[in-house]
Design a protein around this ligand. Structure first.
Ligand SMILES: Cc1cc2nc3c(=O)[nH]c(=O)nc-3n(C[C@H](O)[C@H](O)[C@H](O)COP(=O)(O)O)c2cc1C
Length: 417
């Protein structure tokens, strides 16, 4: 598995090493600290001691002032994380070894390529070029090389973080939009930031998709997605769902015919421009997608009395929707597109799929790979509907109630619409 690559840049004592250790917590497995500093004098020895004291016992330190890419190639085969501290000292070591600038940059490119291993790689560097022009030629050469090396890694690495006065500014690849700043103690039971970010990304980047490529679905991936669906909450733990996996072209054709008829009836409900816009929308991908899935709800599964369902009989249907949402999010994380088709006659669908009387089809889904995921809902980008402002949907204590003591703080920025 290729792991993430992260570049942490910033000025001296801006909190880069601490940030590297914070980010490294998110990666399971072995933790290796590759130090490029050479303890040539007392001051450097003291700096190294200070950095070492920040790391706990789970870290192994390797000191390598020159052959950094080689160490990465050797050590990067096992799962874990490697922190290289730091790029600029390594460059200075290479210059002291009389390497020409182009040869130094070649080593940097090799490092960037070597970073694509089983281990995650965090490289710490310095922003050295912001001050006045250095007086001597070697320092100017070093400054220029450090700038170019930073650019090489920043363009190739997944994430880039700039440390300013101890505060991480996430320049590339996102950061911790919903997480605590690294100075704060994680809350009990909280996921590590990268895991949390993954959950939010699946939510914000999920889309209802109707365009599919012909690429088949890996049965193992589908298995994981269905298992995620099966782990949804359900009233009385009744797990009322079934998953009908449909790859038969004739059945898909029948369902597509069902859609066509229902869609024509639906279109006629709108008038003028609205009807024209409706008719221009693609609202299904039944025959294009390699797999269709019908998620059903067996309302009799746990007998007539289900714990929790007595007062609201539809809770079994709600439970099935929870399973569909799990499926939708897991599919997005797996890179698979899902489109929900509800413009169907349920009676006809039941007939075509041989679904028994007491079982309700809840969701008819199209699954497959896609060229690209839309950043916004199609109905939003095509001007059919807009996302409602969340703050107007939140009431306090009673319908339409205003905040008194407690006010929800909504996030300022999200990755997608
Ligand atoms: C219960 C349900 C039924 C839906 N039915 C259809 C449908 O028949 N055709 C369609 O194109 N989209 C359908 N959608 C997708 C919605 O249009 C879509 O979720 C919405 O526009 C927001 O876009 P997003 O899912 O990409 O965020 C359905 C979604 C849900 C939750």
């Amino acid at each position: 598995m290729t792991q993430e690559t992260i570049l942490i840049t910033g000025g001296c004592r801006s909190g880069k090493s601490r940030q590297a250790l914070t980010l490294a917590r998110d990666f399971p497995g072995r933790k290796l600290y590759l130090a490029t500093a050479e303890p040539l004098d007392e001051e450097m020895k003291e700096r190294i001691r200070r950095h070492q004291s920040e790391r706990d016992d789970e870290w192994t330190t390797v000191e390598e002032p020159v052959r950094v890419a080689e160490v990465l190639q050797r050590e990067g085969r096992s799962e874990g994380v490697i922190v290289v501290d730091c790029l600029t000292l390594w460059i200075s070591n290479l210059l002291r070894n009389d390497l020409a600038p182009e040869a130094v940059l070649e080593r940097v490119r090799t490092l960037a390529a070597a970073g694509r291993t089983a281990s995650a790689l965090i490289v710490i560097t310095n922003e050295v070029g912001a001050g006045i022009v250095p007086e001597n030629e070697l320092a100017r050469k070093f400054r220029d090389l450090a700038g170019e090396a930073n650019q090489i890694l920043a363009s190739r690495f997944d994430r880039v973080v700039h440390m300013v006065s101890g505060i991480p500014v996430f320049l590339k690849g996102g950061g911790e939009p919903a997480g605590p700043s690294p100075q704060e103690t994680p809350r009990p039971h909280e996921f590590p930031p990268a895991h949390k970010q993954g959950v939010y990304e699946a939510i914000y980047r999920r889309r209802d998709m109707r365009h599919f490529t012909r690429t088949p679905i890996d049965p193992e991936v589908l298995g994981r997605i269905l298992d995620a669906a099966h782990h949804a909450g359900s009233v009385g733990f009744m797990q009322p769902w079934n998953f009908l996996v449909i790859d038969d072209a004739e059945i898909k054709r029948k369902v597509a015919r069902n859609f066509k008829k229902a869609n024509e009836t639906a279109a006629r409900k709108f008038r003028g421009d609205r009807q024209e816009l409706y008719r221009s929308l693609k609202l299904e991908g039944i025959e294009q997608s390699p797999i269709n899935l019908c998620v059903t709800c067996d309302r009799s599964r746990a007998g007539p009395h289900v714990l929790g369902r007595d007062t609201v009989p539809e809770t079994d249907l709600f439970s099935t929707c929870c399973a569909v949402q799990n499926l939708w999010l897991a599919a997005r994380a797996e890179g698979l597109a899902v489109g929900w088709v509800s413009i169907l006659s349920p009676e006809q669908l039941k007939k075509d799929l041989g679904v028994p009387e007491h079982v309700e089809p809840v969701a008819y889904l199209c699954l497959g790979h896609t060229e690209s995921f839309d950043p916004k809902p199609l109905l939003e980008s095509r001007g059919w509907a807009a996302r409602l402002p969340l703050d107007r949907l939140i009431f306090y204590n009673r319908w339409n109630g205003e905040a008194e003591n407690f006010t929800v703080q909504l996030p300022r920025a999200k990755p997608e619409s």
